[in-house]
Ligand binder design. Structure first.
Ligand SMILES: Nc1nc2c(ncn2[C@@H]2O[C@H](COP(=O)(O)OP(=O)(O)O)[C@@H](O)[C@H]2O)c(=O)[nH]1
Ligand SMILES: [Mg+2]
Ligand SMILES: [Zn+2]
Length: 219
């Protein structure tokens, strides 16, 4: 048992080196990198599709999934430079994979690089990929009780997106509890309400990104 723990620590320590080298390289480039984390089906790819259609930002994407290149195809169809990473059963992305994926993206001239992490509210939040910040995504059908059940993600993200707000009239979603629970975990992250189909809330998301891009460029 002790040996297993030692092995995990050494792999994570190795990975931290990759994360820190990615962070340094993006600092030089002035490129903002955002790690998007949420359950399967919460609307991560839809958010990126809407961002491509409405934000005016130039961005690239690293897509993480166990299998298929379906999400990359959705973004390619909109002209977004995208690299698909398949983890073949792995439930999160790690920095050494991101370092490799970065080699196949045209990074010059991008405003922002998004990582769509493997759909999972648990371990993706624990692995540093060299990003500037994590964005937690929760969709309304998943339930208002989820932030307290998966506290690490909501505590450690710098923006929280509540998606599928168009479905609220059909759901017993306790907005007051959701907002109070989120605030008890995280006092600073803006909580943005997004309808990824109709586009409501996209301008707040775009404004948030533009603020962070400008900050990053100032250094
Ligand atoms: N009603 C509604 N459906 C959405 C919204 N965002 C995504 N969906 C749907 O939810 C499903 C999963 O979306 P997807 O973006 O693939 O989720 P991902 O697995 O997190 O990337 C698809 O059928 C989307 O059309 C939204 O804001 N409202
Ligand atoms: Mg997706
Ligand atoms: Zn995992």
């Amino acid at each position: 048992m002790g040996k297993i723990v030692t092995l995990q620590q050494s792999i994570m320590a190795e990975d931290e080196k990759f994360a820190s080298s990615i962070r340094k390289a993006n600092q030089k480039r002035g490129l903002l990198m955002v790690n998007i984390i949420g359950s399967p089906g919460c609307g991560k790819t839809t958010l990126l599709e809407q961002t491509a259609k409405s934000s005016g930002l130039s961005f690239g994407v690293i897509e993480g999934d166990l299998a298929t290149n379906r999400d990359a195809e959705r973004l390619h169809a909109l002209g977004v430079p995208t690299v698909q990473v398949n983890t073949h059963g792995g439930c999160h992305l790690q920095a050494h994979v991101i370092e490799k994926a970065l080699e196949s993206l045209p990074l010059d001239g991008l405003d922002v690089l998004f990582i769509e992490n493997v759909g999972n509210l648990v371990c993706p939040a624990e692995f540093d990929l060299g990003e500037d910040f994590k964005a937690a995504v929760l969709s309304t059908p998943e339930g208002a009780d989820k932030p307290l059940k998966y506290p690490y993600l909501f505590r450690s993200s710098e923006v929280i997106l509540l998606t599928k707000t168009d479905l609220l009239p059909h759901l017993p979603f306790d907005m007051k509890m959701f907002e109070e629970d989120v605030r008890s975990l995280n006092q600073t992250a803006p909580v943005l309400r997004i309808d990824g189909i109709g586009g409501q809330g996209m301008s707040e998301w775009t404004d948030f990104l533009k603020g962070r891009i400008a900050e990053k460029r100032r250094g």
